[in-house]
Every structure is written in C-alpha cells, then in structure tokens.
Design a protein around this ligand. Structure first.
Ligand code: NDP
Length: 455
C-alpha cells in the first residue's frame, strides 16, 4: 500500500491534497504518546483544563472560515453549512469547557464512615469518525473526552482527514499539551481495527455504519473496552392531516437532502396521512425544485455532490427504472459525484428503499391511514435515531412522541441536534449519548470511596 493518501474533492474529482497514510506502527505510537500525556492532562487543576478548552474554542473560532472552506471542499458540502458546522464545533468546546469544574459526585450515607463518588477519566480514548460531518462529529467526542481528563487518538475517515489534521495543529498552538490530541489518518480496516484491539485504549467512541459498529462492539469485547456507537438511521417524518401542511412540506425536503442526504438523522421516510397526500406532494414539489445543487463554495448552493463515486453508485441502486419517482430536482453535469434530489411516492413499507439507509438524496413517501398505523410504520425498522411529528393536536403529539422508538424526536420541527441536549439512538442506531450533560457519562468511570471513621 502507498504511504501517501490522495484526498479527493468530490465536486471536481481532482486531488485536493496528499497526506501521509498511517499504519499499525503509527497507531501504536499515537496511543503511546496519549498514554504518556495522560497523567499531566488529568492532573491539571479543573480550572486550568477549562481555560485550555476555552482557548481552543477561541482558536477554532478565529479560524472558522479557513476550516469551513477546507470542510466544504473535502466533504463537498455547501459553504454556508460548513460555516454552521464549524460554529457548532466552537460551541461544543465552549459548552464542555464548563465541565471540568462541574464533574460532581455523590455523598452516600453508610455505616462506620463516609462514602462518596468521584468521576475518573477512562484513560486513552479512541475516536473513530465518518466523512459526513468530519470535524463536527469529532468535536462531539473530543470535547467531553478532553474535559473529563482523557487523552485521545482521533481517526478520521480516509476520505475526509483534512480538518482533523488542521485541528490537531490548532489544538497544540492553543495550549493543549503535546500528546493529548493525536490524529492518525489511515484505513479503518487497519488503523481503526488496531485501535479497537489495542490493550492501552480504554474506550472506542464510534460514528459510522451499523455494520462496522457491530464489528467494533465484537472486537472491543476482547479487552472489555467501553464503547459508544452512533450508527445508521431511517428516520420517519410523520405528517398528520391536521398539521400546518405548508410548513411541513416546506421543511421536509432539506430534512432529507441536507448534506446530500448523507446524514444519519435524515428523515428519509416521510409518512403522510393519506387524506392529504396529494396536497402535501404538490406543496413539496415546489420546495424540491427550489433546491440549488451545485458548487460547494458558492453561497447559492443548498446541496453539494455525494462523497464518492462508490456512494453515488450505491444511492443510484435505489432509483432504478421501476422506482416510483414522483419528484426529481436538478443536478450539474460533468465531473463531480452529483445526484439530483429525488422523491419516491408511493413507496410500500417493505420496499428496499423504505427499509435501508440510502445515505443520499432520496426520500420515500409512505402514506398512512391513522395514528396507529403511523406509529407502527415509524417503528417498523431496525433503526431508531431521530424523527419528527407534524400535527396541531397537542395530545396526539405527546402520545406519538412517547410511542415512537427513537433517541431524538422533534414536534413541528425537523431539528434534532443541539449542543446542550443528548443525541443518540435506540435499537440498531447504537448506544450511548453524545452532547448535552449526558455525554460526560460516556467518558468517565464512577469510583466509590469509603473512609472509615468509626471511633
Ligand atoms: P464506515 O462505518 O465504514 O466508516 C466510519 C469510520 O469507521 C471511518 O473512519 C472508517 O475508516 C472506520 N472503519 C471502517 N472499518 C473499520 C473497522 N473494521 N474497524 C474500525 N474502524 C473502521 O462507513 P462508510 O464510510 O463506509 O459508509 C457506509 C455507510 O455507512 C453509509 O452509506 C451510511 O449508510 C453509513 N454511515 C453512517 C454514518 C452515520 O453518521 N451514522 C456516517 C457514515 C456512514 P475509513 O473510512 O478510513 O476506512
């Protein structure tokens, strides 16, 4: 295997940059650096660790445009989206900068003395992340891991390593000590697998496909590593007849086609009450046709290309000649992994397009009769990540929100991700929670201490 990796720009298919490709030896060296840096980092006074994380948030904020352009070009996402994502990275470090001084324990009444709990860092934590939101998803893991006193080895996806590499430089310049943040760029099958088996890695925090998540959970069992998994989704956007249909239809397309559909939260199954199906489709057609697919660096673009030729081929396999294409937007011709926003309607719940995570700009509209059938269809999947409910009936909104088996849900909105609220899946969408106060549980162990004080 070549020891350099050509990073491709998906909008042009040209080489954007060549970077060194790591192998097992580089992974071992990175873990060793992280292991050595651990005592110093976990031993910093909580306020000092907080100050360094604030400095890091400042440093990323100062380079927001540079990082956004790099992310837009490498991942093929619109520059406006990339700016928002890097803004979220800043917010995420800012939020967890408050954590070192707030990692509270309990005091517990016991006989013969005093018992209390403290939260200890896990040690060296490996972060394995995908190509769809490269630095943002990394930051959801980096910030709580570092705040809790762990040191990290980050493995970005080979397709999108550039912002991770830049991040490591920025972190060091901002005062994060050497060895605390390490980045290895190499294939999942070697570098990722080595992190999973490495005896000095205490935990794997992973975002990616359910298939690789399954392998990671199995591999981690050998050394009883802690694992959090944020995996695939096939989320339902449930639109009842009594909803504000104009608002629901206006926001449904970008809830699937945002990031060219390469989003684990994509509401890719749009369940519409049959009595308003035609009206909803008419309204949605306008919104789909308005989507501008084009150059990620243009301020006008709403959607860029797919990440790779392989991804485009995989997405296209769901839109064969027999597919019930109801709406198709436009996409550029020529170089670039372009795919037009596509709405299939009606799709039977058992069809492959309705069951599998397409991870591209293809939405399935599935009609339903009543509330009971809507809930049944929404839950008829191996996944359970996010979803939405559109209705003006408050009691129904509450009933359905409790009945739908997903980790994140919105009512009259398609927004699932906030820095301050927990994010993660039910069922085969994974386990563990990122963001919000809950993420810190995934990067600490609870230790219970007893001090004998009997006279
Ligand atoms: P993967 O799950 O293969 O990749 C995610 C990360 O895991 C990458 O860093 C990858 O490395 C690494 N990896 C791959 N194999 C292993 C392994 N055996 N051990 C440890 N790490 C490994 O996702 P893909 O990029 O192949 O995407 C395939 C499909 O997965 C998509 O079409 C989509 O359905 C789903 N997906 C879901 C995501 C989500 O946000 N939930 C994100 C990305 C994908 P590398 O790529 O460098 O080889």
């Amino acid at each position: 295997m070549s020891d350099t990796l050509a990073v491709i720009e998906p909008a042009t298919e040209a080489v954007l940059e060549e970077v060194p490709r790591a192998g097992v030896d580089e992974v071992d060296a990175a873990v060793e650096r992280a292991r050595r840096a651990l005592p110093g980092w976990r031993g910093l006074a909580p306020g000092d660790r907080a100050a360094r994380l604030h400095a890091l948030a400042d440093a990323i904020g100062a380079r927001q445009e540079e990082l956004a352009v790099l992310e837009a070009r490498n991942a093929g996402k619109p520059i406006g989206d990339a700016r928002g994502e890097i803004g979220m990275v800043v917010q995420t470090f800012r939020y967890y900068a408050g954590a070192p001084e707030r990692l509270l324990g309990d005091t517990i009444p016991v006989a013969g003395g005093q018992a209390w709990t403290v939260r200890e860092p896990l040690g060296v934590v490996a972060l394995i992340v995908p190509w769809n939101f490269p630095l943002t998803i990394a930051s959801w893991k980096l910030a709580p891991a570092l705040a809790a006193g762990n040191t990290v080895v980050l493995k970005p996806a080979e397709l999108t390593p550039l912002t991770a590499l830049r991040f490591a430089e920025i972190a060091f310049e901002a005062g994060i000590p050497e060895g605390v943040v390490n980045v290895v760029v190499g294939p999942g099958s070697t570098c990722g697998a080595r992190l999973v088996e490495h005896p000095d890695v205490a935990k794997i925090a992973f975002t990616g496909s359910t298939e690789v998540g399954r392998q990671i959970a199995a591999g981690a069992a050998q050394t009883i590593k802690r694992v959090t998994l944020e995996l695939g989704g096939k989320s339902a956007n449930i639109v009842f007849a009594d909803a504000d249909l104009a608002a629901a239809a206006d926001s449904a397309p970008m809830a699937v086609f945002g990031n060219a559909g390469q989003d684990c939260c994509a509401r890719s199954r749009i369940l519409v009450q049959r009595s308003v199906l035609d009206q909803f489709m008419n309204l949605m057609e306008e919104a789909v046709e308005a989507i501008q697919v084009g150059d990620p660096l243009s301020e006008e673009s709403d959607m860029g290309p797919l990440i790779s030729a392989q991804q485009r081929e995989s997405v296209a396999s769901y839109v064969d000649d027999d597919a019930p294409v109801a709406i198709r937007g436009s996409a550029p011709e020529g170089p670039g992994y372009w795919f037009p926003p596509t709405v299939l309607c009606p799709v039977a719940p058992g069809d492959r397009a309705a069951r599998e995570e397409i991870f591209g700009p293809v939405a399935c509209v599935i009609p339903f009769r009543d509330e009971e059938e809507a809930v049944h269809l929404a839950n008829n999947t191996i996944y359970g990540l996010s979803g939405s409910i559109w209705t003006r009936d408050g009691a129904r909104a509450l009933r359905v929100a409790r009945a739908v088996e997903t980790g994140v849900l919105s009512i009259n909105s398609n927004n699932s991700v906030r820095v301050s609220t927990p994010f993660g899946g039910f069922k085969q969408s994974g386990y563990g929670r990122e963001l919000g106060p809950h993420a810190l549980d995934a990067y600490t162990e609870v230790k219970s201490i007893f001090y004998a004080a009997a006279g």
